[in-house]
Write a protein that binds this ligand. Structure first.
Ligand SMILES: [Fe+2]
Length: 180
């Protein structure tokens, strides 16, 4: 039976050791190119953008961090893979209590964010919206300019924040590395 050690009170960030353990576990089962478009460089940008957005939206930063790690963690390919979000959420649920702690409410938000992140939804709890916006704001890494009409929160639609996110995506993309 799965060990139950979920936190009773809501924590606001991952401990460094928790992040390291999550990274190690995800890498051990990751099916794609670790340096690819759905790998940890993307997750790091989603985390950075998401935490910045959370300051304005009031989203739960722990859920944002967990979303960054898990939402693409179980992709089987870099294109059409409609169930990858559900698989990522299931992996997070499997590891909760062993590699990190989160409340049941935080895990419910994480599940919703992971399962729906590639369906183009706009309406959800603000924490879920913040996760989706953070992911969409990193689309410039694959040459797509984030469309403000497809962003959920006012904070994400800010021209300044979009410009900052796009600059970061382009600077860190594989194609940018190849040009150096
Ligand atoms: Fe993503």
């Amino acid at each position: 039976m799965r060990r139950r050690s979920l936190a009773r009170s809501s924590r606001k960030s991952l401990r460094k050791i928790e992040s390291l353990r999550i990274a190690e576990h995800i890498r051990s089962q990751f099916q794609l190119d670790w340096e690819g478009i759905h790998g940890p460089a993307h997750w790091a940008r989603v985390r950075a953008i998401g935490l910045e957005l959370a300051d304005s939206t009031g989203a739960d930063p722990l859920v944002v961090e967990l979303f960054a790690w898990f939402h693409d963690s179980r992709r089987f390919n870099d294109s059409y893979d409609p169930e990858h979000g559900s698989r990522g959420a299931a992996l997070a649920a499997e590891l909760c209590g062993d590699l990190f702690t989160a409340t049941d409410a935080q895990m419910a938000l994480l599940k919703e964010a992971c399962c729906g992140h590639s369906d183009g939804h706009l309406q959800a709890d603000v924490t879920v919206q913040t996760c989706w916006d953070a992911d969409r704001l990193d689309l410039a890494r694959v040459g797509i300019i984030p469309d403000p009409r497809k962003l959920c929160t006012e904070a994400a639609r800010s021209p300044l924040l979009r410009k900052k996110a796009m600059g970061r995506s382009e600077r860190w993309s594989r194609w940018s590395w190849a040009r150096r």
